[in-house]
Design a protein around this ligand. Sequence first.
Ligand SMILES: [Zn+2]
Length: 321
Amino acid sequence: MIRYRDDRRTLLWAFGFFPIVGLAPYVEPRLIPWLLPVSLYFGFCAGVFSHNHNHCPTFKGRRMNAFYSAWLSLFYGFPTFGWIPTHNLNHHKYVNKAGDATITWRYSQKNTWLVASTYFFVSVYWQAAPLKEYFAKAKVSNPAIVRGMNLQWAALVGGQASMLALGWAMHGWRLGTIVWLFGFAVPAAFASWSMIFINYIQHVHCDPWSEHNHSRNFVSPLGNWLVFNNGLHTVHHEAAGLHWSKLPEAHAKIAHLIHPDLNQQSIFGFCLRAYLLGAFNERYRTRQVGRAPFDPPNGVELKLETAAVSAVEAGVNASMA
Ligand SMILES: [Zn+2]
C-alpha cells in the first residue's frame, strides 16, 4: 500500500504513537508533566508528516492518501491542504524572496528571539489571504479538492471535539479539559507553531540567490532520525518531490558546497547560541550569508504580495491537472 518501505516507521508513529501518547493522560492524568516533551515531539512529527505527505504522497492509492491527510489534520492542528497554496506552490518557488507569503524579513532583517518567536503570527497573517483565495477558487472549479478539504476540516474539528467529550466523560469537565488540552490540543498547536518556526530558522539570513546556500540544515544523524530527515533542507528545496528517506544521500553529495554556517549540528544548539547567548552578545547571532533575499542582483523593485496571488491560481490549475 505504501510507496516507500521507510514509511512503515512513519505509519507506526502516526497510527501508533500519536493516538497512544494522546490518550495516555486520559488513562493517567498524573503522567502529564512527564509526557509533555514526548507529546510535543510527536506533535512536531505530525507537522513533518503533513509536510512530507503533501510533497510526496505516502500511499499508492488516492483514497488512502485522502484518509491519511484527514488523520494527520487532527494531530497537525490544521487541515493539511494548508501546505499547498503557501508552501508547495509559493514558498518552494520564491524561497524567502519577495513574493513568498512566508518571508522571514517582512518586518525585521534581524534574527533575534523576539523576531523568531513572533514570526508565527506574521506568517499566519500573510498566509491567510492566499489560503482563502485557494479555497474560493477550488470551490468554483474543483469539487474533488473541496471534498478533500472538507474531510480534513471534519477530522480536525470532529476529532478534537470527540477527544474533549471523551475527557469530560472520563474525568468531568475540569480535569477532562486538562487531559484533552495536554493529550491533543497543545501537541496539535505546537505542530503548527513549530513548522512555521522551523521554516523561519531554515531560511533566515540565508542566500536565496545562491545555488546551495538558500537554506540552513541541521545535520545531526540522531536528530534527523527523530525528525525523518527534515533537518536536511537544502536538498529538500533542490528536489522537493524526493522522498525523505533519500535526503541524507542527496545531502552528502552537496554538503561540501554549502557554506559551513548553514550546516548546523542541531536545532537546540543553534537556538541556544543564536537566541540565548545571542541575547547577551551579538557575536553569537547569525549573520547574513551571501546576498540577502531583499537585495535582488538585478536591482528590481520589491513587490511583496503579487506573487502570492498568482501562485494560488497556479495551485488550483496544478491540482486540477
Ligand atoms: Zn517543503
